[in-house]
Design a protein around this ligand. Structure first.
Ligand code: ADP
Ligand code: NA
Length: 327
C-alpha cells in the first residue's frame, strides 16, 4: 500500500444487496484501513445516464450515504463524497473524452448491455466509462477496487492515463485494479445468474435493509435441487452452493467449515442455518441505517465535509491538467 491512493464509486440507485455488500462494500471497509488515502464517491453524475426522478435521486444519495456508513465506511479514514459536488469530475471527463476515439467505447459492456435494453442510449451513457476514468485520474489514484465486470472500464482509465501523459507530459499514474473477491453471490431464484438489483424476479435478491422475516422468506424460497445433502459444487449445484457461499461469507467462516456445519442437515434445515447467519450480520447494519436516516442533517454534514476534502485534492490536479492542455 505505501503511498497508494484508492478510489471507488457507487451509484445512488437503491439499497445495496448482498452481492454489493460481499463483492464490494466489505472490501471497501478493509481498504480504508490499509491505504493512506481512500476516496469513495456516490456517483450521481453516472446515475443520470438513465431516466431518473430528481426527488428520488436526492433521497437515494442520502440513503446510499447511510448505507455506506452503516456498512462500516468511516469518514475519518475514507473521504466519502458526492461526485457532482466536485465539478472537476465533469471538466476532466470532457478533456479525456477528447482523447477517446468513438470505436474505443462502442464495445465496452456498459454501453452494449444498457443501450440494447433500451434500443437507444444517451451520449452520457456512451461516454460513461470516460467519466469513470476522470473520477479515478482526478485524484491520481493508483488502486481501484473493481468487480470483474468493471475490468474493461478500468483498462480505459489506464489507456487514458497513458494517452494523456504521451500527449501532454507525465501527470497521471496508471491505476491498477484491486479485484474484489471472486466471491459472486447468485440470484436466489435463478442461481446461474448473479444477484443484481436489476433482476426482474421477485425474491431473487436480499438487500441490506431486509427484515428478518423477509430474509427468512426469501431464503426459504431460494431455488435448490433434488439432492438433499449439502455440498459445494458451483458448476453442477449452483443453488445450494450459493447458499454455502452466503453462509460462509456472513458467518465469516471458510466454505469447508460451512459445508461441515451442514453435515446431517437437508437443504431445508440448512436454509435455517443460513438465515440465522444472514440475520445476525445484517441486523446491526439495518438498525444503523434506520438511525442514520432519521438524522438527515448529520448525513448532509458528513457529505459536505467529504465534498470539501475531495474538492481540495482535485483542485491542484485540475490546475495542472489545464496548464498542460494549454488553457
Ligand atoms: P448491480 O448488478 O446490482 O447493478 P452494480 O453493478 O451496481 O450491481 O455493482 C456494484 C458493485 O457490486 C460492483 O463492484 C460489483 O462487482 C459488485 N457486485 C454486484 N453484484 C454482485 C454479485 N452478485 N456478487 C458479487 N459482487 C457483486
Ligand atoms: Na450495474
Amino acid at each position: 500500500p505505501g503511498d497508494g491512493r484508492v478510489f471507488s464509486g457507487i451509484q445512488p440507485t437503491g439499497v445495496p444487496h448482498l452481492g454489493n455488500y460481499l463483492g464490494a462494500l466489505e472490501n471497501w471497509v478493509a481498504l480504508q484501513n490499509q491505504y493512506p488515502l481512500v476516496l469513495y464517491s456516490i456517483v450521481d453524475l453516472h446515475s443520470i445516464t438513465q431516466p431518473q426522478d430528481p426527488k428520488k435521486l436526492r433521497s437515494n444519495i442520502l440513503d446510499m450515504a447511510a448505507s455506506l456508513l452503516a456498512c462500516g465506511i468511516d469518514p475519518e479514514r475514507a473521504i466519502l463524497f458526492q461526485q457532482s459536488k466536485v465539478s472537476a469530475h465533469a471538466e476532466l471527463s470532457w478533456i479525456l473524452g477528447c482523447l477517446t476515439s468513438m470505436p474505443r467505447l462502442r464495445h465496452l459492456p456498459q454501453w452494449k448491455i444498457k443501450s440494447k435494453q433500451k434500443n437507444e442510449g444517451s451520449v452520457g451513457l456512451y461516454t460513461y466509462p470516460v467519466l469513470q476514468a476522470a473520477d479515478i485520474l482526478l485524484y491520481k489514484s493508483t488502486h481501484v477496487p473493481v468487480g470483474e465486470d468493471q475490468v474493461q472500464h478500468l483498462e480505459l482509465a489506464q489507456d487514458l492515463a497513458r494517452i494523456f501523459n504521451n500527449c501532454y507530459g507525465d501527470v497521471f499514474p496508471e491505476p491498477c485494479a484491486l479485484l474484489s473477491s471472486t466471491r459472486k453471490v447468485k440470484s436466489l431464484r435463478n442461481p446461474s445468474a448473479k444477484m443484481s438489483k436489476s433482476d426482474p424476479q421477485v425474491m431473487a435478491t436480499i438487500t441490506i435493509t431486509d427484515s428478518p422475516d423477509d430474509i427468512a422468506l426469501k431464503l426459504r424460497r431460494a431455488v435448490t435441487d433434488f439432492t438433499s445433502e449439502v455440498t459445494f459444487d458451483p458448476e453442477t449445484r449452483p443453488g445450494v452452493s450459493n447458499l454455502v457461499t452466503i453462509h460462509a461469507a456472513m458467518a465469516m467462516i471458510s466454505v469447508e467449515e460451512a459445508v461441515s456445519q451442514a453435515r446431517g442437515l437437508d437443504t431445508g434445515a440448512y436454509k435455517n442455518l443460513v438465515t440465522e447467519a444472514v440475520i445476525q450480520r445484517l441486523t446491526p447494519i439495518r438498525e444503523e441505517i434506520e438511525r442514520l436516516k432519521s438524522d438527515q442533517a448529520h448525513l448532509e454534514g458528513v457529505l459536505a465535509r467529504g465534498n470539501r476534502r475531495a474538492q481540495e485534492l482535485a483542485a491542484p490536479v485540475l490546475t495542472e491538467v489545464r496548464q498542460r492542455v494549454g488553457f
